[in-house]
Design a protein around this ligand. Structure first.
Ligand code: CP3
Length: 343
């Protein structure tokens, strides 16, 4: 049977008149129904590990907007927790983790095959979604890329310049590389189980890829993505994979070819016409409208939606933002964007 899900058609390389669309962080604090379910769960992590409620918040934006894809509700930092790191969220500040400063911290972590009991509720969320999603909606599973997850595990928090991770890389490369290796192997096992549970596509979020330069980018952003995608495709032939090496700049060029990704997600610091010429030539791209337009709205939102659609109209494209929709976005602006896109 010919593929009917629009997102899968774009990932297979088809150019569509109206691109499929979803938004990073589409289940999030800008939606009143998300805030209500999160309050019911108690806190963010309790929501992630409550399969029924995590499935519910995943479905909320699908009901409200009819997006072409749903992304599993979870977080990239659940994997460090499954490996034995401590994890908590400071209200209004973001994630906090126990830190890894050297070989001792690394040795205390569990192995790649020891994560599945901890992740069982996440796999159950995927199974519920595979049952409950509308038949035209694609289910995306995800994980953080090893470098991005490592930056949080090393620093114990988000950092503007990832300095602690760069310092460990320079000062104790063996420990740093062993951590990247463990995360690469664990991510293969984690994503593989998501696929077995019903995820149809996987996306690898490398939010801090832009701070890796030169050879470091090849070794710690490109190579782990290549290994993860190769292993997943070997186990699950034909599995479409989206890679998001955020703020990679010139390194977006050739990234899909080098890693085997079916689609490269673009952040909004790159120009859409440039990306169409340099990146979309290799296949599907996703992106890349600036998230702040979902706050400010108006004619600028309509114009920019149409400009990005037109820039990528000669090849396979998935419309999205260049980063997550923010808590201060106006839910009405999502309708404005969809109307401008779909007509
Ligand atoms: O996109 C989705 O809707 C799927 C779910 C998802 C979340 N986080 C839920 C979430 C996904 C794919 C992520 C990825 C993620 N998590 C990344 C990579 C993408 C990116 O944003 O760069 C990163 C770096 C994280 C780590 C993380 N989680 C941070 C730094 C924070 C705090 C910042 C913030 O927005 O509050 C989170 C919390 C988080 N993850 C929220 C959501 C909906 C907000 C939590 C809340 O409800 O308070």
């Amino acid at each position: 049977m010919a593929e009917t899900k629009k997102l899968l058609r774009s990932l297979a390389g088809e150019t569509l008149d109206v691109p499929p669309v979803w938004l990073m962080r589409q289940a999030g604090r800008y939606l009143p129904e998300y805030r209500a379910t999160r309050a019911e769960a108690g806190d963010f992590l309790s929501l992630c590990y409550n399969s029924d409620l995590a499935a519910e918040v995943t479905l909320q934006p699908i009901r409200r907007y009819g997006f072409d894809a749903a992304i599993l509700f979870a977080d990239i930092l659940l994997l460090p927790q499954a490996l034995g790191a401590e994890l908590w969220f400071e209200t209004g500040e973001g994630p906090r983790l126990s830190t890894i400063t050297g070989a001792e911290g690394l040795k205390a972590l569990k192995g790649k095959d020891d994560i599945h009991d901890h992740m069982a509720p996440v796999y159950e969320t995927v199974r519920i979604l595979a049952r409950e999603l509308p038949k035209e909606t694609t289910l995306i599973g995800f994980a953080g890329a090893p470098w991005t997850v490592a930056t949080y595990m090393i620093a114990g928090r988000g950092t503007p310049d990832q300095a602690p991770a760069h310092a460990l890389k320079a000062g104790d490369r063996a420990t740093f590389e062993a951590l990247i290796d463990l995360l690469t192997e664990s991510t293969i096992e984690y994503l593989s189980k998501q696929v077995e549970a019903g995820a149809e596509v996987v996306k690898i979020f490398d939010s801090w890829a832009g701070s890796l330069k030169g050879e470091d980018f090849t070794r710690y952003a490109l190579e782990p993505a290549r290994r993860i995608i190769a292993a997943l495709k070997q186990r699950h032939p034909g599995l479409p994979c989206i890679a998001f090496p955020r703020e990679a700049g010139e390194n977006y060029i050739g990234f899909a070819r080098a890693t085997g990704a079916d689609c490269v997600a673009l952040d909004n610091s790159v120009d859409a016409d440039w990306a169409a010429a340099k990146v979309q030539v290799d296949g599907c791209v996703q992106g890349n409208m600036a998230p702040d337009l979902m706050v400010t709205g108006g004619q600028a939102l309509i114009d920019e939606t149409k400009r990005i659609k037109a820039a990528f109209s000669k090849g396979p494209h998935i419309f999205n933002l260049g980063h997550g929709i923010t808590p201060d976005a106006d839910p009405e602006n999502v309708h404005v964007m969809l109307e401008a896109l779909r007509g």
